[in-house]
Every structure is written in C-alpha cells, then in structure tokens.
Write a protein that binds this ligand. Structure first.
Ligand SMILES: [Zn+2]
Length: 71
C-alpha cells in the first residue's frame, strides 16, 4: 500500500497517471503510477519492475508494509 509521507495516510492519494508495460503482448511486466495527494499537493511515483526489480517509490510517497513481502 502507498501513503503520503506528509499526511501519513493513503486516504487523499490520487493516481494521476498510470502506465502498464507489456512484454511480448503477454504478462504485465512493469507498472508505473504517479500519485498526487489532494490534501497537501505532494506528488510521488511508484514503479514495479515485475519479476526482476523490487517495487520502488520516489517523491513524497512511501510504501507501507500492508502486503506481506516474501522473504
Ligand atoms: Zn498529503
């Protein structure tokens, strides 16, 4: 789950841009999403590189440990 680092909640986050990349027209290989907090106007970017790359965040958002990570 993703939340705003200023407000410490995901409640006001809005996806402003979302891209999904495919490889060979098959499985979703990479995801990029831009977020904006409608409360404090912070923006951030989330990307998930699929099997090879760990999910990453940039800007004023952060990942919370809502979903269990495989060890
Ligand atoms: Zn905020």
């Amino acid at each position: 789950m993703i939340e705003c680092t200023n407000c410490e909640t995901a409640q006001f986050l809005q996806i402003t841009q979302s891209r999904v990349y495919f490889e060979d027209g098959e499985l979703i290989n990479e995801i990029m999403e831009r977020y904006q907090c409608t409360l404090c106007d912070s923006t951030g970017q989330y990307s998930d590189g699929g099997e090879t790359t760990e999910p990453a965040v940039d800007g004023d958002i952060r990942l919370t440990a809502e979903r269990p990570k495989f060890a």
